[in-house]
Ligand binder design. Structure first.
Ligand SMILES: Nc1nc2c(ncn2[C@@H]2O[C@H](COP(=O)(O)OP(=O)(O)OP(=O)(O)O)[C@@H](O)[C@H]2O)c(=O)[nH]1
Ligand SMILES: [Mg+2]
Length: 552
């Protein structure tokens, strides 16, 4: 304890000197008077005095040694605080899960089973996106008689009012074909698809309505499963809060009109800080009903038969239409968060235990701010004994990002996630705002924040895997970000471009010079992310040590 430093101590050997002669050489020393041998000291008295002084010196050295040990202990008890920031769906919680997977693997493995309920909900959500697309096809809005061009034009008015990306050509933020896309779950909407879709509609008939109705009937039990899962995961008083993204399109004909149920709203399950939700997840085991059209979902114990264990079983293979429809609408379902439809057989098996990759892929929205505390299970060198605190925030605009501010104190580093694949998408919570534009604005705010002026920034240009797929599929960045010009539309060039733009903003907006690191990441990818997270950990520890040395 530091209190030891204030305990009165005998003079140290240097202060006492080993003989009166040494004291005599320091005539201006204010301690001279006290340290002088008493006048007329006999030989025996001198021996006794020196023996006492030697003992005092030993005690003093022991105290010095204990202070040193204390300092080391304090260093060992060091707390490193890392803050994860970024818009909703940028990958913050996945990054946290990567830290957990790498540094507390036992706890991570033990909790994998808890994610099963979330993954099941993710499946239901994907199916609902397909249903919404089907509904829109059969609704008047999607009929060829309504001009999709006029729809596009009226929505693009919103986008014209927006600010420009990277302070460059303002056209980038409001291309004529900007449209809050048809993903009627209000989520990850493409900005480009309806134009193409509308052209296709002019030449292709809508889906056969009997076919749609039959598919809807077969999928209807999923609604019941979802209700069961939500009931298990969400406390009753949170029911309204789960309905974060109600969209007008989703209040239409699902469930089928003959049902007595109220209109179906798009929901996204979320987690509030604290361990409570894990209890819910532990209880959430719902087996699947028969897909004969009757909603008979039951709790575990029911048979395996009839679960949506293949794409065919839920009607995605038996008919090409849903897939064609998604393709026409350019809804790339596999790029949506929590896409497990390709693994239906595996993830709906009764013995299913989520793998590490499944846990990283699962989507569970964060609401509020949560702090995850841990010590690395296996730690070496300087990080031994470090107490890590990783703060994960809910990133959506609806959650008042002001609530982040109290957590800006005592932060060693920030990882800011900018999902750069979102250049052609809008925010779920505000479909007039382009995702990339929102990330850029948020980045400017974080860089310029005075409370964070001395905090090192780590930028994850995230979702590079999705970005690459998108670019390879022919989506052109220049269409959305005019200043990109005629550069090559490939991952390397695009990520380099984004890195230089975000880095320029950092330089321009930071109140003080500070360290800045940028990585192109796909945080769901365990292999590539492990190395990046290890570098971040080393950097944060080094920085923390530097700071604590300055403080001691
Ligand atoms: N393919 C791919 N998916 C990603 C990547 N990063 C995140 N995701 C997925 O995107 C979804 C959202 O990630 P989260 O970590 O929940 O996002 P968040 O930033 O915590 O979002 P909020 O909690 O709403 O603030 C999850 O389903 C992830 O699996 C990535 O680099 N590549
Ligand atoms: Mg989150």
């Amino acid at each position: 304890m530091y209190i030891l430093t204030t305990v009165a101590r005998s003079p140290s050997p240097i202060m006492t000197g080993s003989s009166p002669a040494s004291v005599a050489t320091l005539p201006d020393d204010p301690f001279d008077e006290f340290l002088k041998p008493p006048p007329g000291e006999t030989h025996e008295q001198r021996i006794t005095r020196l023996t006492r002084e030697e003992e005092a010196s030993k005690i003093s050295m022991a105290i010095d040694a204990s202070i040193k040990v204390e300092r080391q202990l304090r260093k060992k008890m060091r707390i490193v605080r890392l803050l994860l920031l970024g818009q909703s769906e940028s990958g913050k919680s996945v990054t946290l899960r990567q830290f957990q997977r790498l540094y507390t693997p036992t706890a991570f493995r033990e909790e994998r089973i808890l994610w099963r309920g979330v993954i099941q909900l993710n499946i239901v959500r994907s199916v609902r996106i397909i249903l919404d697309a089907l509904n829109r096809t059969s609704s008047p809005l999607a009929s060829p008689s309504v001009s999709p061009k006029s729809q596009t034009r009226s929505l693009s008015k919103h986008h014209k009012a927006r600010t420009s990306l990277f302070g460059s050509s303002s056209e980038t933020s409001h291309p004529d074909d900007y449209l809050s896309g048809p993903g009627s779950n209000g989520h990850s909407n493409d900005l480009s698809d309806v134009e193409t879709d509308s052209e296709t509609h002019k030449t292709r008939p809508c889906l056969d309505s009997t076919e749609i109705e039959s598919l809807k009937l077969r999928l209807f039990p999923l609604h019941h499963i979802e209700a069961l899962l939500i009931a298990k995961l969400v406390p009753p008083n949170e029911e309204e809060a789960t309905r974060l993204i109600a969209s007008p399109e989703s209040t239409n004909t699902y469930p089928p009109s003959h049902s007595a149920r109220t209109s179906y709203k798009t929901q996204e399950i979320f987690v509030r800080p604290g361990p409570g939700w894990k209890g819910g997840l532990a209880r959430a085991r719902v087996s699947y009903p028969s897909f004969t059209g009757s909603p008979n979902g039951e709790e575990s114990g029911s048979t395996n038969a009839g679960r949506p264990n293949s794409a065919g079983n839920i009607g995605l293979e038996t008919s090409d239409e849903p897939q064609e429809l998604l393709h026409r609408r350019k809804i790339r379902l596999e790029e949506y968060p929590g896409f497990f439809l390709n693994d239906l057989e595996r993830v709906t098996s009764l013995k299913y235990v989520p793998t590490d990759d499944d846990v990283l892929k699962a989507r569970l929205k964060t609401v509020g701010v949560s702090e995850y505390r841990f010590q690395m299970e296996v730690s070496t060198g300087p990080e031994i004994g470090t107490d890590w605190r990783i703060v994960d925030v809910g990133g959506s605009r609806s959650q008042v990002r002001q609530t982040w501010i109290p957590f800006f104190d005592n932060v060693d580093a920030i990882i800011f996630l900018a999902p750069i694949s979102g250049f052609d998408q809008v925010l779920s919570e505000d479909r007039t705002v382009n995702r990339l534009e929102d990330s850029v604005l948020l980045w400017k705010t974080v860089c310029s924040n005075k409370l964070l002026a001395n905090v090192d920034l780590v930028l994850f240009l995230n979702k590079c895997d999705i970005l690459e797929t998108k670019l390879k599929a022919g989506v052109r960045l220049a269409k959305y970000v005019k200043s990109f010009g005629d550069r090559a539309n490939n991952l390397e060039t695009v990520s380099k471009y984004f890195r230089s733009k975000f880095s320029a903003i950092h330089r321009e907006y930071s109140p003080n010079p500070r360290k800045f690191y940028a990585f192109c990441t796909s945080v769901t990818d365990t292999a590539t992310t492990a190395g990046i997270i290890a570098s971040v950990r080393d950097m944060v520890i080094r920085q923390h040590l530097k700071q604590s040395k300055l403080m001691l």
